[in-house]
Design a binder for this molecule. Structure first.
Ligand SMILES: CC(C)(COP(=O)(O)OP(=O)(O)OC[C@H]1O[C@@H](n2cnc3c(N)ncnc32)[C@H](O)[C@@H]1OP(=O)(O)O)[C@@H](O)C(=O)NCCC(=O)NCCS
Length: 204
C-alpha cells in the first residue's frame, strides 16, 4: 500500500451505507498521498494524458471515454495523481456540479501499473472534500465498478432518482438509451450552515 494516510478508523465499525466514510481531506491545491505521489488540480498539460488513460479503459468498456474537446471544456473539474519521481500522470478524477445540492464523480481512472494502491480512493476523497467545500450535499456516480464505490460509502440507487438534467449528458452518450452503468450516491456531512435555523418569533 502506498497511501500513508490511515483510514482504518471506520473499518471496525458497521459501515454507514450511503454516508461518507472515507478519510476526510481538506480541499487544497496539492496533497501528498505518499512520498512519491501527489494529487493536484489538473493543468492544460495533463489533458492528453487524461485522454489517453480514459481511452485505454474506454476501449475495454470499463468506462466511457471522453473526447479531447470535452476534456478541455471540463478541465477545471479534474484532479490528477502524479508520480513525483517521473512526473507521470497516474490517475485522474473529475467532479462535475449538476444542481444546487448535487455533483457527479466522473472519469475516475488509475493507471494499470498503479492500481490497488489506494490512489482511486484518494482521488475520490479529494473530490468529496471539494464537493463539501462547495456545500454540495450529495455526490453520485455512474459506473461499472459499483463495488469500489460501495467500499467508499456510496449506495446503489435507481437512475430514475437522479435529476432530469443529467440525461442531457446521457443523450450524447454512445450507449444511450441502453445505459448499463450503475448509479450510486453518497450523502456528505452537513456543515453548520445546514443546521436548522430556529424560526423567527415576534416575542422579545
Ligand atoms: C476502479 C479504480 C479507479 C480503483 O482504483 P485503485 O486505485 O485501483 O483502487 P484503490 O486501491 O483505491 O481501492 C480502494 C478499495 O476499493 C477496493 N476496490 C478496488 N477496485 C474494486 C472493484 N472493482 N470492486 C470492488 N472493490 C474494489 C480495493 O480492494 C480497496 O479496498 P480495501 O480498502 O479494502 O483494500 C481502478 O481500478 C481503475 O482505474 N479501473 C479502471 C477504470 C474504472 O473502472 N473506473 C471506475 C469509474 S467508471
Amino acid at each position: 500500500m502506498i497511501l500513508n494516510r490511515k483510514c482504518d478508523s471506520h473499518s471496525a465499525e458497521e459501515p454507514a451505507v450511503g454516508r461518507r466514510l472515507i478519510f476526510p481531506l481538506a480541499p487544497g491545491p496539492i496533497h501528498d498521498i505518499t512520498p512519491s505521489a501527489m494529487i493536484r488540480k489538473a493543468t492544460i498539460r495533463d489533458v492528453k494524458a487524461i485522454h489517453a488513460l480514459l481511452q485505454r479503459y474506454g476501449a475495454k468498456g470499463e468506462l466511457l471515454p471522453r473526447p479531447l474537446s470535452r476534456l478541455y471544456d471540463h478541465l477545471r473539474d479534474f484532479r490528477v495523481c502524479e508520480d513525483r519521481s517521473t512526473g507521470q500522470m497516474i490517475g485522474c478524477c473529475a467532479l462535475q456540479f449538476c444542481w444546487e445540492d448535487l455533483a457527479e464523480i466522473r472519469s475516475l481512472a488509475v493507471h494499470p501499473e498503479f492500481r490497488g494502491r489506494k490512489i482511486g480512493a484518494a482521488l475520490v476523497a479529494e473530490a468529496l472534500a471539494e464537493a463539501e467545500s462547495f456545500r454540495i450535499k450529495k455526490v453520485f456516480t455512474l459506473t461499472y465498478r459499483p463495488g469500489f464505490f460501495q467500499k467508499l460509502g456510496f449506495r446503489l440507487i435507481d437512475r430514475s432518482e437522479l435529476p432530469l438534467k443529467i440525461w442531457s449528458d446521457c443523450m450524447a452518450c454512445v450507449k444511450f438509451p441502453n445505459c448499463d452503468e450503475n448509479a450510486l450516491i453518497i450523502d456528505l456531512a452537513s456543515s453548520p450552515d445546514d443546521q436548522d435555523i430556529p424560526p423567527k418569533t415576534d416575542q422579545v
